[in-house]
Ligand binder design. Structure first.
Ligand code: IVH
Length: 660
């Protein structure tokens, strides 16, 4: 037999056994026989590289490691979903749909909301050519090599036609597989995954796809990029997806009335605990694609769908202790130490008790059995203490009257339930301050993680954020786990942070009550640090979104001797932060934008977004136009823009500008 023929035969055989195994759950050959076929095919493909086709079943084995992921552009963008949490919320959603479509007769597709990682699969001529994670919705990571190793991802669509389509769905790990995988890791002394979702994300984002190949990932399809021709409904799409060889969730249901949607939700909450995988709600989508078009989109989510989330799961466990933590602002928070318990798929060992009032109200005591709740990504909390046997309880908890970290005084501001450590050089506060300064949303300093912040404070090398900029190389390299390379990189990152925008700088200062949004608003208003520092309360109050409490807090921060000294030191260290238009945030001030062609989102919406971001929107291209956003079928305006040298961007790029 010629190698060509043998490769073809082997591939066909393996495909057949795969299909039997994964679709029909049966096998006609033993694992050893299967491996023998696979190994022979691998051997032939290595000997005759020309015979290695992109859809070869051996792709499932994984390929050589990558140096890093490149980006993949999602066009149209991968959106997220709005949420509803109750029947009333869902009714409101439905009422809006009815009034907008001017019809009571709407059909919905109700689908379990898989708690995994969304993935986009691009097929050209029916072959899988690319796969990307959602990323920021517009730009994702190219995980093609990894996606190829997932057995329920068809490498080739099951059709005779040359189909070009983008399929979207969820990658996940079944609960049983997850448990098995973690116990294997435990035996091997490897770090455990916190939950199936983390494990999925970690597995999908492996640089070495042969590692991904060993992970029990599955893929369920539920959407497509642009609608394939001839498909008009979600139900039609599901049929097509099945034909093409995708897995579709068997619990999806077509609902002809809002009552049926409610029934579907009730049913899902019933069967939830019996499902093989984790779900965190139910996605409700208009079934009919033309109706979806009528409803359109909001900035990041469609108006034709919503996620009806489940209520947080609660579990009972034993409270083994209460520890008091000190945060960045000095606030003291009692934290419950718990007997580890699995809540909604995550092992919980700590939960917040908020403050003294809450502990008293719930009468939580060490040794009690307590109920713990986790809602989405929110920090777990102790809901209540279950009535314990009489006479056998620990003592009632009382907050300390001094800071548990620095033993400094604590105060309780008027009208507040919280206690605060007011020592500005309290190591706990300092450490959190450094972490905050270095965080992504603030100065984004690579290499300055939580651990290093702790080390710097413990070693007494840093007494304020400004001290970071007078660190010396010798002291730094003397720290544990700090090699020369790491130190050099850290210095480069610190140097780079000096050029950060004013909004990042302000966020990093951690002025009480001033987060990212207020920082940006102020930065846009005052342009440089000096002007802002001199601004009166009245001037601050004039900034949109800044109320009297925040204005006072900002004034205090700039006039307080300690904090103002830190700002002075930062300036001496080379900080002269100003606001540049494009540094970050959703603003396009100074730009004059024209839209042309067919856009995915309604034109009006696009205009609104642009204006909200500070751009001027006009209808005709002139010498003043700075950006043309060109949709599908852009005609004369595109030509004119090109002639005038106006920057032309696609809708996806525009979304990216807006969402930066
Ligand atoms: S539809 C615009 N269908 O939920 C349409 N999403 O919050 C958005 N998800 O990122 C996607 N199950 O990862 C859709 N049956 C389902 C889903 C689903 C899970 C996830 C998906 C998405 C997120 C939206």
């Amino acid at each position: 037999m010629t190698p060509v023929k043998e490769v073809a035969n082997l591939s066909a055989l393996i495909r057949k056994y795969n299909r039997l195994y994964y679709s029909e759950n049966r096998s006609e050959i033993t694992d050893t026989e299967y491996d023998a076929l696979m190994n022979r095919l691998l051997y032939l493909e290595r000997e005759y590289p020309d015979l290695l086709l992109p859809d070869s079943p051996t792709a499932r084995v994984g390929s050589a490691p990558l140096a890093g992921f490149s980006s993949i552009v999602h066009d149209p963008p991968m959106l997220s979903l709005s949420n509803v949490f109750s029947i009333e919320d869902f009714r409101t959603f439905h009422t809006r749909v009815v009034s907008e479509l001017n019809s009571e007769m709407v059909e919905y597709s109700a689908e379990p909301k898989l708690d995994g990682v969304s993935l986009s699969l691009v097929y050209e001529n029916s072959m899988l050519v690319a796969a990307g994670t959602r990323g920021n919705g517009v730009l994702g990571e190219d995980v093609t090599a990894n996606a190829r190793t997932i057995r329920s991802v068809p490498l080739r669509l099951n059709t005779d036609k040359a189909v070009n389509v983008e399929i979207r769905g969820e990658v996940f790990i079944n609960l049983n597989d997850f448990r098995e995988m973690n116990s294997g890791r435990e035996e091997a002394g490897e770090a455990l995954f916190a939950n199936p979702r983390n494990a999925t994300s970690g597995s999908l984002r492996q640089l070495d796809s042969s590692v991904t190949a060993t992970r029990p990932l599955s893929f369920i399809a539920y959407a497509c990029g642009l609608h394939p021709e001839g498909i008009r409904t979600q139900q039609g799409l599901f049929e097509k997806l099945l034909q093409w060889g995708f897995l579709v969730n068997p619990h999806n249901s077509l609902c002809q009335s809002p009552e049926q949607v409610v029934a579907a939700y009730d049913n899902l909450t019933q069967i939830r605990s019996d499902l093989a995988m984790e779900i965190d709600g139910m996605v409700v989508k208009l079934n009919c694609f033309s109706e979806r078009e009528e409803m359109g989109f909001l900035s990041r989510a469609p108006r034709w769908a919503t996620a009806w989330k489940f209520h947080a799961e609660e579990m009972a466990t034993v409270l083994t202790g209460i520890e008091v933590q000190v945060g960045r602002t000095g606030r003291l928070t009692p934290v419950a130490r718990l007997e580890p318990v699995l809540v909604g798929g995550v092992t919980v060992t700590n939960a917040t008790l908020h403050n003294q009032d809450e502990v008293t109200r719930k009468d939580v005591r060490v040794g009690d059995t307590v109920l713990v709740r986790r809602a989405g990504d929110v920090i777990p909390e102790v809901v209540t203490s279950l009535p314990a046997e009489v006479g056998n309880r620990g003592e009632a908890f009382r907050m300390p009257d001094e800071c548990p970290v620095c033993s400094g005084p604590v105060v309780q501001p008027e009208a507040e339930v919280n206690l605060y450590c007011i020592n500005p050089s309290c190591p706990a506060r300092l450490r959190r301050n450094l972490e905050h300064w270095a965080s992504r949303k603030a100065l984004d300093i690579d290499g300055l993680g939580k651990q290093l912040c702790g080390q710097l404070v413990d070693a007494g090398m840093v007494n304020s954020i400004a001290d970071l900029y007078s660190l010396n190389y010798h002291d730094l390299t003397a720290l544990e786990r700090m090699g020369e390379l790491k130190a050099t990189k850290l210095f480069a990152a610190l140097a780079k942070s000096r050029n950060s925008s004013l909004s990042r700088f302000l966020t990093g200062l951690g002025i009480p009550g001033v987060g990212e949004v207020a920082s940006r608003d102020m930065a846009l208003e005052f342009a440089d640090l000096e002007t802002l520092g001199d601004a009166s309360e009245e001037e601050l109050l004039a900034v949109k979104g800044i109320g009297p409490v925040t204005a006072l807090s900002i004034r205090r921060f700039f006039t307080n001797p300690i904090t103002s000294k830190v700002i002075q030191q930062l300036v001496s260290a080379g900080f002269h932060p100003v606001e540049k238009d494009t540094t970050r945030g959703s603003y396009l001030s100074g730009e004059t934008i024209v839209f042309t062609g067919t856009l995915v989102m309604p034109r009006q919406k696009a205009k609104e977004l642009a204006m909200k971001a500070g751009a001027k929107v006009t209808g005709t291209i002139t010498g003043k136009t700075t950006i043309l956003v060109a949709g599908e079928n852009s005609g004369s305006k595109l030509k004119k823009a090109e002639k005038l040298g106006v920057r032309v961007v696609r809708e996806t790029d525009f979304m990216d500008l807006i969402n930066r």
